[in-house]
Design a protein around this ligand. Structure first.
Ligand code: FES
Length: 193
């Protein structure tokens, strides 16, 4: 321990000392902060957390949240409060690809439950779990605003719509072959199947 950021996580001072944005990520963070008036850098918290999550393995450890607080010159608890509120932020390690299947009305009526069961069986995990190889985490989400193309799921910044079991097969294969972390800061929307 040794920080105001606790949650359910241990805080490790040695790990904290190693955490630092890459030059490219820091440039992005500075650009984000510059969009807000002087002294209002706290307003940049959400987009900066997305950068941090993409930069540090897809999740926000207590040490990463503490670092973000330092960068924004705010209290660690302010970072934790926001990070723990939004489901897009992971407070424990996840796979490289987090599959978020929408389970709200339109998607549910159009087979979201079958999609979830299919992925569970295919990857041998339940909702909320990560595959042993660290490749996939499966989640369910509330309406993601793509109701007209239900059923759908999100993985990082990409929306995958009008899903069928065949499309799910193709997506999992594609993600596995790419083998990289998919984040909300990805800009490869054209890869959407
Ligand atoms: S109900 Fe699934 S995107 Fe809206």
């Amino acid at each position: 321990m040794g920080s105001q950021v606790h949650g359910t996580q241990e805080f490790n001072k040695a790990k904290r000392a190693e955490i630092k944005f890459s030059d490219a990520a820091m440039e992005t963070v500075k650009t984000i902060i510059s969009r807000y008036p002087q002294g209002k850098q706290k307003s940049a918290l959400l987009p900066v957390l997305h950068v941090a999550q993409a930069e540090f393995g897809g999740w926000l450890s207590a040490e990463v949240m503490d670092y973000v607080a330092e960068v924004l010159n705010i209290k660690p608890i302010e970072v934790f409060e926001v990070a723990s509120f939004y489901t897009m932020f992971n407070l424990k390690p996840v796979g490289k690809c987090t599959l978020e299947v929408c389970q709200t009305s339109s998607c549910w009526l159009n087979g979201a439950e079958d999609i979830v069961r299919y992925i569970e069986k295919k990857l041998n995990i339940k909702v909320g779990e990560t595959t042993k190889d660290g490749m996939f985490t499966l989640k369910v989400a509330e309406c993601l605003g793509s109701c007209g193309t239900a059923p759908m799921m999100q993985c990082g910044a990409s929306f995958h719509e009008n899903l069928t079991l065949e499309k799910v097969d193709a997506l999992l294969e594609k993600y596995r072959s790419e083998g990289r972390l998919r984040s909300y800061t990805d800009l490869d929307y054209q890869n959407t199947l």
